[in-house]
Design a protein around this ligand. Structure first.
Ligand code: GLY
Length: 438
């Protein structure tokens, strides 16, 4: 097949998903030299200003394949994990469409935490010591062999609600019992119990073309998200309340990420016959070994898609043509794309509905989104059109507000000044995103 990433033809692109990540992807891809029409399913009101929206379920493989055929779409970028785990990439590839996103074989790294831990063990990728439990007796044994805090993970996809931390062994056992009883449905029928990891979390995206070797990937800027709902990293976990990039890392840390984590993972794909064309999200823990004065890197989780809200700070910094890069991954030809690098600083503040991550109201009118000249970007997530055509809230994480600058201070100022101008009843957001960068 002729390479599409290497010629000057424009192609129609479909983005699957409808959150802040997909809005940022749509905006970035719309500027690509390869971009013809931009389509999105299902999208949101913000994406609708850039792309043609299609009200179809991104996990419905035959509907997605039919849409590509009817609209002459030759390239699909999959945003969330669910379509990847359910086989939409495989169906599209069978139909001859190029896809950025792994098939079900690669997607198991996110779809099953037990599979991911065993994959890491097989390929010497550093990760916390773990036990895989199928009944409460195995959980008890795994818990008593550890000290608190106890880390309990449901095996399957759980929309960010499948990881539990407890200081109390009795409570930890109760959580395991509830999972086996079906509190998260099938996702909790197998449980991973692992040692608590100390250090600071880091997200690194590696884009890869399935080649499985040192020439088959490109790294984007490292980023850090803020998962807890309140300032000071307090309160329950969320899908992410903000993020920043790049992260100031100790010398040699990225080299260790590549050497200790990425290359063994790519070699694992190669040796297990997994043709992984997409982004590998490495959720990492960095810890300082005082005696060796060396940074230790271990994997907290793999995801098989871009992170949200990390995407909203990483993609705006990328200096190259993202469309060509993602397409080259899909074509298995990343070597054709120069490493363009990234520049500047970005900081994202997520505006959430009152009560999130617990119960929250929907359908609340949002003001202050339009007509601003601050230079900040606003990416829609939990929004929809109300009955009178106005934009209203429809989810927990409503908007991502992103500031860019030559320094963190500038990116932070731009993001927070813009966030302060957006109003809806109950809006809340963290005031300390990027605190660790000073
Ligand atoms: N920000 C965390 C995630 O995307 O999974």
């Amino acid at each position: 097949m002729n390479s599409l990433s290497g010629n000057s033809n424009k192609i129609n692109i479909l983005i699957l998903g409808g959150g802040g990540r997909e809005h940022c992807l749509a905006e970035t891809l719309s500027r690509s030299s390869i971009a013809g029409e931009i389509h999105c399913a299902p999208g949101n009101p913000g994406i609708g200003r850039i792309a043609e929206l299609h009200n179809i379920d991104p996990c419905d493989a035959s509907a997605v394949v039919d849409l590509c055929a009817s609209r002459r779409i030759s390239f699909v970028v999959v945003g969330p994990e669910a379509p990847l785990v359910s086989g939409v990439s495989d169906a599209l590839r069978r139909s001859g469409t190029l896809v950025f996103g792994p098939g079900t074989d690669g997607a198991r790294l996110e779809g099953s935490k037990a599979f991911a831990k065993k994959f890491m063990a097989r390929h010497g990728v550093p990760t916390a010591r773990f036990d895989i439990c199928h009944d409460i007796g195995q959980c008890r044994d795994a818990l008593v062999s550890r000290k608190s805090p106890y880390v309990i993970k449901a095996d399957g996809l759980a929309s960010g609600k499948g990881v539990f931390l407890s200081d109390d062994v009795g409570e930890a056992e109760r959580i395991c019992g509830e999972l086996f009883a079906g509190s998260l449905g099938e996702a909790g029928r197998t449980i991973v119990i692992e040692d608590f990891s100390h250090g600071r979390e880091l997200t690194v995206f590696a884009l890869t073309d399935g080649g499985g070797g040192v020439k088959s990937f490109r790294l984007l800027e490292p980023s850090r998200d803020h998962k807890r709902v309140f300032d000071g990293d307090m309160g329950p976990n969320t899908g992410g309340m903000g993020a920043y990039a790049p992260v100031n890392l100790p010398a040699g840390a990225m080299g260790k990420v590549v050497h200790d984590v990425l290359l063994p993972t790519l070699e694992g794909f190669r040796s297990e016959g997994i043709d992984y064309r997409g982004v590998l999200y490495m959720g990492l823990m960095l810890d300082q070994d005082e005696r060796a004065s060396e940074t230790m890197v271990s994997v907290v989780e793999y995801n098989v898609r871009f992170g949200d809200p990390e995407t909203q700070v990483v993609l705006p910094l990328y200096a190259g043509d993202l469309g060509r890069l993602l397409l080259a991954c899909a074509e298995g030809d990343i070597g054709a794309i120069d490493d363009s690098g990234s520049s500047g600083c970005a900081l994202c503040v997520v505006l959430a509905s009152g009560g999130y991550p617990g119960e929250f109201k929907k359908d609340l009118p949002i003001s202050g989104i339009d007509g601003d000249k601050s230079g900040a970007s606003i990416y829609h997530a939990g929004t929809k059109y109300g009955p009178n055509g106005e934009v209203v809230t429809s989810g927990g994480r409503v908007l991502s507000v992103v500031g860019l600058g030559d320094s963190f201070d500038e990116a932070r100022r731009v993001a927070y000044e813009r966030a302060a101008g957006i109003k809806f009843d109950g809006v809340h957001y963290r005031k300390d995103i990027g605190w660790s960068e000073g």
